[in-house]
Design a protein around this ligand. Sequence first.
Ligand code: HEM
Ligand code: HEM
Length: 310
Amino acid sequence: MALAETMSGFRESRWFKLVWIVPVVLVGLFLLVLAARGIRASDGGQSFLRSFPGASQLPSFAPVGFPAWLAWQHGLNAFFLLFIIRSGWLVRTTKRPDAYWTRNNSGLIKTPGQPVRISLNLWMHISIDTLWLINGALFYVLIFSTGQWTRIIPTRWDVFPNAISAGLQYASLNWPAENGWVNYNALQVLSYFLVVFIAAPLALVTGIRMSPGLAARFKPIDRVFPLPVARAIHFPVMVFFVAFIVVHVTLVLATGAINNLNHMYAVNNGYSWAGFWIFAASIVLMVAAWIGAKPIVLRSIAGNFGRVGR
Ligand code: HEM
Ligand code: HEM
């Protein structure tokens, strides 16, 4: 009885209209795999894969492996982004926030007039953004001063055919050889480039444009960069980040998790469990911080930097 009721409720819900999507996606994926396998088996496909094995050559001075600072920054970035996405989502979905924050207009940052009042969710968003930004700026400085940039910025045009080749190898379910310690495959390079040099700056520029405290100063550029444009870009950038993270973490875990986790969490190219345990500890930390970030805790932290109220 209960099941029948649930089923009839489901049939009337708006989700039911989406049910056809599942078989369509499955059939689509199946056809994609068949097509990729067909191309790989053909003479043309084989010679294409021989000319473009899936990774573009690195400049001769490219470093091998990762230094500890890079692993720290990668881990901190994941930690900050978790809370940036959470608070951004809350900013978007909370219609009537139950707490607000107003900056103390004294000390270092003293401006004429009254500072604007923002929701506690937006206070959290902008505070973590600031930490994320410092981490990111330091990352830019360090990768350019050590040659690590060569790993995530394409330097040769053949990165594009190689990306097609890597895509073909993923799609045919015979995945490209893993060599992340020395060189990423071309699809990795392009997606890391997109995240670090396109998506992150876009989030920053559109986020600053939307900041309520700066609205008055942006009046002069209202025409060239209107607020609705910033809004229309900021949210899709989050969707891109979420999609990237889902695919990235899935592939890291599906293509030799133990070795990959050693690369980015224990900075070695071995097969011990060290990387896995450091990664696991970082996840525990994220879960603990997520649970700890209760409104009462946030209020008391925010209270140190301004006035919290309704
Ligand atoms: C917590 C989950 C995550 C895990 C387990 C993870 C794991 C990894 C691993 C193992 C690598 C090296 C891949 C290889 O050696 O082939 C890597 C590289 C990278 N990851 Fe992640 N990652 C995570 C989250 C993120 C997030 C949230 C972002 C950004 C949105 C990100 C961006 C990157 C970038 C840009 C690189 C290339 C870094 C460089 O070489 O300079 N990752 N990740
Ligand atoms: C330093 C960089 C960033 C700054 C300065 C910033 C700033 C802001 C501001 C001021 C708002 C409020 C807009 C409003 O009042 O309606 C906002 C909303 C939001 N932010 Fe950010 N943000 C940044 C980075 C990010 C990143 C990296 C993500 C996700 C990966 C993100 C996700 C969101 C989301 C989902 C919203 C709600 C948007 C909406 O209502 O459509 N932000 N951000």
